[in-house]
Design a protein around this ligand. Sequence first.
Ligand SMILES: Cc1ncc(COP(=O)(O)O)c(C=O)c1O
Length: 328
Amino acid sequence: MRRGILGTLGSPLVQVESPEGSVVAAKVESRNPGGSAKDRPAVAMVEAAERAGELGPGDRIVEPTSGNTGIGLSMVAAAKGYDITVVMPASKSPERRQVMRAYGADLELIEGGIAAARERADELAAADGVVQVGQFDNPANPEAHYRTTGPEILEQVGDRRIDALVAGSGTGGTVSGVGRRLREAFPELEVVAVEPAANAVLSDGESGDDEFQGMGPGFVPPNLDRELLDGVETVDVGTAEAAARRLAREEGVLVGQSSAASLVAARRVAARLVEERGVDAAAPAPDNDVGVLDDDPPDREPIPPECPLVVTVFWDSGERYMSTGMFD
Ligand SMILES: Cc1ncc(COP(=O)(O)O)c(C=O)c1O
C-alpha cells in the first residue's frame, strides 16, 4: 500500500507496430497518477523547491503551461496542500482546464502562446509567498526523467540494446533527461528530438504558429540539451493526428498529437536504421505481433540483436484531445 498518490509514478514500455526489421516501443506515460509524463517533473520540481526552502506551508505555486505540467502540478499541490495558479494559453484543450479545476487549481487563461503565459506568470511570481517552479529552466525537470523514466526503460528492455530515443520536445526535459541516462548505458544511442513542422525552431531557427499541444514552445528552452541531439525530425499536425487515429483503431492505444508525432518520427528513424544496417531480409524478423498478451504465446522468439530498437514517449492519453475533434 502506498502512503499517497505521489508514490505511484511509473509507466509501462509497450511495443507498437514497427517498420519491418525493427522494433519501436513507447513509454505509455498516461499511466502516471495525473495522466501524463509531466507528473514526474511536477513532483521533482516541487520537492526541489521544498528542499531549497523556497516553498513551504501557505505558499502558492504559479506556472505557465500548455496543460500537462499544470495538471501534474495541480495534483501535487492538492496532495501536498499548496494553492496553485496555472497560467495557460486559452487555445489549449478545455479538458485540460477541467482536470486542473477538479484538482482545485486556479486558472488564468491568456491570449497568445506559451511565451505570453510565461510573461504573465513572471508578473504573478513577483508577489510574496508565490513560487514559480519554472519548467523551462528548472534542472529538476530533466533530472526527474534522468532519475525515473530513463532507469525504468533500461529495466524494461532487459538485456536488449537501445539504438535510438526519438521524442518530442516542449521544455526539452523528457528528451534531455531520458537521453542522458540512456546514452550513459548505450554510448552509440541516437537521440532525436521531434518538433512541429510549422514551428520548427530547432530545425531552421524560425518560430511559427502550430496546433500541437505540449511540443514546440517557439523558442529554445534552457532545459533542452542540444549537445545531446543527433538530429531533429519535424512532423505536421495532420500526419500526427492520422497516426493517432490509426494507433487507436488498429492497436488499441489512445494517445494525443505529440505522442503520435513522436511515433511517426520514431518509425522514420527505425526504417532508416534498418536500411543503414542492411538488416538481412532473409534473417528471422523480430516478433512484431503487437496485439498479444505478454505470455501468449509463451515461447516468443528473442528479437535478433541486429534489429534496431527505437524507444519513444507517449506523453498522455487521447482522452485529453477529444474536444479538438481529432478522433471524429
Ligand atoms: C502532450 C505533451 N507532449 C510533449 C511534451 C514535451 O515534453 P517536455 O516538456 O519534457 O519536452 C509535453 C510537455 O508538457 C506535453 O504535455
